[in-house]
Design a protein around this ligand. Structure first.
Ligand SMILES: [Zn+2]
Length: 346
């Protein structure tokens, strides 16, 4: 069931530019207001699947370096995309993956902004020295609430709910060994197996009430924790994390903790590191776009920072790989970075 009045969606470009990217405020993202039942969670400001597809096709037409490819279809038949910047097969390659969980949308908004930047002077020359793959909105059906289960208890109002699970209720980020779902199958067959990928950042959103050192976090990060990961692959993951931590922490508004994650290889952070020897990093940003459980949902007032956190993450890592500075990263910060804790709510 959908709640509230029907809200017309904004056009893709408008939806992207409607989110303020205010750099003058230095308050941590974590201090932004949470949902807490005090504001309406309106999903009409988020880019829809078809707006995203339209945006990607327009960028491909505009950007000489970019190639858009369909890697498969979702359960409900939506085309799944990879945006590719592959100027030289000898270059190191990084993959950015968003929205395995359909209710974690701001990482996709950030990835689209990043793609736009790759076509401008701002990122000029970067793609000469690094190959970039972006798979945005892997769980397209969940992102559009086009699912075969009840949405009755979901928090967001308006005509669109967003769900963690795919259309048949499966968590795609627990399907990386069996690869049964069409979304995970498409990713593994037409991206993971097809390219010589060195790094991957898997972008997610977590609950809204995690803190580190007494301050709410803007996100948390973690490397592969399975004992089966190759030590060199693990070291690459920690270096990738070092680049991200420095870039986000130095903004003034970013505040990151260490994520508490399991060692199951059904999770991409672990499974992909072991199966393909790819250095992976999980980035969990604060607050989800929609959920049945209210404390996980964050109101849209923090959208600008969280989108910017994604753009900062993607741009800093491609630059560090392109100029080779990733290789000399100091990974010792991981030994002192505290695990985030869940703040007690009233
Ligand atoms: Zn997630």
């Amino acid at each position: 069931m959908k709640k509230g009045a029907l809200t017309l969606s904004l056009a893709g470009a408008l939806a992207l530019s409607a989110v303020p990217l205010n750099s003058s405020v230095v308050e941590a993202v974590g201090n932004g207001p949470g949902y807490g039942g005090n504001e309406t969670v309106n999903t009409s400001i988020l880019t829809t699947y078809s707006e995203m597809a339209d945006f990607l096709q327009k960028q491909e037409a505009k950007q000489e370096n970019m190639e858009l490819e369909v890697i498969g279809q979702s359960v409900k038949g939506r085309d799944l995309y990879v945006a590719k910047y592959m100027s030289n097969p000898e270059n190191p390659t990084i993959l950015f993956l968003t929205q395995q969980h359909g209710n974690e949308q701001l990482t996709t908004e950030g990835a689209l902004e990043f793609i736009k930047h790759l076509g401008t002077g701002k990122m000029k020359g970067v793609t000469d020295n690094v190959n970039i793959l972006v798979v945005p909105m892997l769980n397209a059906d969940g992102a559009m609430g086009d699912v075969d289960f009840s949405l009755e208890d979901y928090v967001a109002s308006g005509d669109r709910n967003l769900t963690r699970y795919n259309a048949v209720g499966v968590d795609l980020n627990r399907d990386h060994i069996t690869k049964i779902q069409p979304e995970t199958k498409a990713l593994h067959t037409n991206v993971m197996s097809k390219y010589d990928i060195d790094y991957m950042i898997d972008l997610h959103h977590q609950g809204a009430n995690s803190e580190r050192d007494g301050e709410l976090v803007s996100g948390s990060i973690l490397y592969p924790t399975t004992p089966n990961v190759d030590p060199e692959v693990l070291e690459g993951s920690k270096k990738l994390g070092a680049v991200v931590f420095d870039a986000v922490d130095s903004t003034g508004w970013g505040h990151l903790g260490k994520y508490r994650g399991g060692d199951a290889e059904t999770i991409s952070r672990n499974g992909i590191a072991v199966e393909y020897g790819i250095s992976t990093l999980l980035f969990e940003m604060r607050g989800m776009s929609d959920h049945e459980y209210e404390p996980y949902v964050l109101g849209q007032k923090s959208n600008g920072y969280l989108i910017k956190q994604t753009v900062t993450t993607l741009e800093s890592t491609v630059r560090a790989i392109a100029d080779g500075s990733i290789d000399t990263q100091d990974t010792s910060f991981w030994d002192t970075l505290a695990f985030q804790q869940t703040r007690e709510t009233e």
